[in-house]
Every structure is written in structure tokens, then in C-alpha cells.
Design a binder for this molecule. Structure first.
Ligand code: NAD
Ligand code: SER
Length: 320
């Protein structure tokens, strides 16, 4: 991995992944791209940024050639809640974006492509607890449908063309740098911002809606570890389960109260509750643990403490 392209680099994961890759591989060797015109504050001044719509194959090829790209982290996507509001947009960006990235990579000698998947690949028919690596994939959201197809596409490119494609099924990702972009697990980020700002939060999921979650440092660590793993050791490619911890909104609120006793939560479930109901509660990530030594460092309590510390500081400095 010498010359790296990141799509969707201004998103929740893209921003922090790009910064981590720049730290490791050099600012000028990691090219940040996004459909948005303006670079965000976190990435500004850290090296090349290009506006790129991943549905535009010609522009994508141009940037790959310009920087002699050998590795692509393809993060541009429409997430679950936005996807249910506009399923055709979700299909277009997620499917056409992914096939463009894979095909353009193949035709331009890119060596490696990393495309994240999601716990959204599962639907109501899958086991809810300790959901296995290889279990029935019948999602009921358009986002989930695109994630299953994305995994199959990646494995097809591995098998047919020998392109090195890899991916992980992230759970909900919790972070303090960039706000999430329209998912069902966004409540687990919003709750911290609202706790720090207003000491209260109205949750759009029910109090007992347990979902798998992960703190951003573990997400970045997982993504880079998988990207750097020896291909020969991988039996899976595009669909690694990864897990850290699971909780429901009530348990997270109680944990926040440990550090902020005056915090109050109320509930007003909306359409996102149906999406949450269709997803697993806990995930079995033993394949990732054995094939590339995956292991999370954060539990819910450590994540809560750190989120509150960082956001309290940001709030004091007028960042939100
Ligand atoms: P995000 O919504 O925060 O960011 C996506 C980025 O893609 C945005 O900056 C957006 O501007 C950009 N984008 C949208 N359409 C584009 C287009 N046509 N061309 C180029 N860029 C475009 O998403 P994220 O949370 O950073 O997710 C990154 C990846 O991780 C996605 O594949 C997502 O499905 C997956 N994932 C995320 C989570 C999570 O909790 N954040 C969980 C599971 C999987
Ligand atoms: N966090 C994502 C979402 O809620 C899961 O893929 O859409």
C-alpha cells in the first residue's frame, strides 16, 4: 500500500480512516475524495483532496492514473435510514459506486480494494444472538440488499480476476470527530452530543433495542489490520464479522448517568425501530479473530468515558 485512494473520505469513518492512513503512509500518499466540494476541517491541509462522485467512472479512472493508486478504501455509501427514504439513490450510489470502483481498479492495475460491509446484511431470519459468519442473508432494507450484493461482487472479483478485495461487516460505529451520515445506529452518537449540550436526549429507538456497536479507534484498527493482513491467511474476503460490544439505549443512558447523573433520556421510536428489529443483537467474529488476529480494545464503559471527555472539551471550545 503505497498510493492510497479513499472515497467518501469526508464521512464519519472516512475522515478518521484517512487521518490514520496519512499518519501511517504519509500525507501525500493518501488521496482523500468525496462527492462534497469542500474538504472538512479535520482533513484540511493534510494533503490532496478531490471532489469525486463514485458513480462517475471516468473521473475515478483519472484520479487512479494521476496518483498511480495501488489501494482503494471505498467508503462512499448511502446508509440504512437515508436508504429507506430513497431506496433508488441507495441502490445507485452503493451498487454502481462499488462496481465502478472494482472494475476501474481491475482495469488500472490497482492491487487492493477494501469495501466495508455492515451488520445490515442480515434480516429477521438470521439468528439474533452470536450471529454466525456464514448465516442466511435476507435483509429487509435496501441498504442491506446493497451490502449483500457488494460482498458478492467483491468475492466475484477475487475469484474471477484475482483482484485482492476485502471487507468487514461493521456494527454501529460510535465516534466524536465527524457526525454519522444517516444510519439506524446514529442515536448512539447523537446521545453523547445531546448529553454534553443539553443533558437530555430523545431516542428514536425503543429502550430495549439492543444492537452491536464499536468505538471508532477499534473500527480504524480493524480496517487497517484487515487491509494489511497476509492474503494467504484469509479464507474469507469481503464479509468478515467484527464485533466489540452490544447494548440497548437504556443501558447506554445508564452508563452515561454514571458520569453525568443529571442526564435524562426519553423515547420516541420512529421508522428506524423496524430496521433495528431486523438486525442481530450480538455477532460472532471468530473468523476475523483467527484469520487476521482481530481483537477490540474498547468496551462500552471505556468508550462512554472517552466520548464524554472529548465532546465536553469540544463543546467548551465552541465546536458544537
Ligand atoms: P457516511 O454517510 O458518514 O459517509 C459517506 C460519505 O460518502 C459522505 O461523506 C458522503 O458525502 C459520501 N458520498 C455519498 N455519495 C457519494 C458519491 N456518489 N460519491 C462519492 N462520495 C459520496 O458513512 P460512513 O459511516 O463513514 O460509512 C462508510 C462505510 O462504512 C459505508 O460503506 C457504510 O455502509 C459502512 N458502515 C458504516 C457504519 C457506521 O456505523 N458508520 C456501520 C456499518 C457499515
Ligand atoms: N450504522 C449503519 C446504519 O445504521 C449500519 O450499517 O446504517
Amino acid at each position: 500500500m503505497k498510493n492510497i485512494l479513499v472515497t467518501g473520505a469526508l464521512g464519519q469513518i472516512g475522515t478518521e480512516l484517512t487521518l490514520a492512513l496519512k499518519k501511517k503512509y504519509g500525507n501525500d500518499n493518501v488521496i482523500a475524495t468525496d462527492i462534497r466540494k469542500e474538504c472538512n476541517e479535520a482533513l484540511a491541509g493534510t494533503g490532496p483532496f478531490h471532489t469525486l462522485d463514485v458513480t462517475n467512472k471516468e473521473e475515478l479512472a483519472k484520479i487512479i492514473k494521476q496518483y498511480n493508486i495501488d489501494t482503494i478504501f471505498h467508503l462512499a455509501a448511502i446508509l440504512s435510514a437515508t436508504g429507506e427514504k430513497d431506496p433508488i439513490l441507495c441502490w445507485n450510489i452503493n451498487m454502481n459506486g462499488s462496481i465502478n470502483v472494482l472494475e476501474t481498479a481491475r482495469l488500472n492495475n490497482v492491487k487492493k480494494v477494501i469495501i466495508p460491509s455492515s451488520m445490515a446484511v442480515w434480516g429477521p431470519d438470521a439468528p439474533k444472538f452470536n450471529t454466525p459468519q456464514d448465516s442466511v442473508l435476507k435483509p429487509t432494507t435496501m441498504y442491506g440488499v446493497t451490502k449483500v450484493c457488494g460482498e458478492r461482487l467483491c468475492d466475484y472479483y477475487v475469484q474471477k480476476y484475482g483482484l485482492d478485495c476485502r471487507g468487514l461487516r461493521y456494527p454501529g460505529i460510535i465516534s466524536s470527530e465527524t457526525l454519522p451520515g444517516g444510519g439506524t445506529t446514529d442515536y448512539a452518537v447523537e446521545i453523547f452530543y445531546e448529553a454534553v449540550k443539553n443533558k437530555k436526549y430523545t431516542c428514536f429507538l425503543k429502550e430495549d433495542a439492543t444492537l452491536p456497536m464499536m468505538y471508532m479507534p477499534d473500527c480504524i484498527n480493524a480496517t487497517i489490520s484487515l487491509a494489511e493482513a497476509d492474503f494467504a491467511n484469509l479464507k474469507h474476503h469481503s464479509d468478515f464479522n467484527v464485533a466489540a460490544f452490544s447494548f440497548d439505549p437504556k443501558t447506554l443512558a445508564e452508563n452515561i448517568k454514571k458520569y453525568m447523573p443529571e442526564f435524562e433520556i426519553s423515547y420516541a421510536p420512529d421508522f428506524r425501530q423496524d430496521i433495528a428489529d431486523s438486525w442481530p443483537k450480538t455477532i460472532d467474529d471468530s473468523a476475523a479473530r483467527s484469520e487476521w488476529n482481530w481483537k477490540p480494545n474498547y468496551d462500552m464503559d471505556l468508550m462512554t468515558k472517552e466520548m464524554l471527555q472529548i465532546l465536553t472539551e469540544k463543546h467548551k471550545n465552541g465546536k458544537f
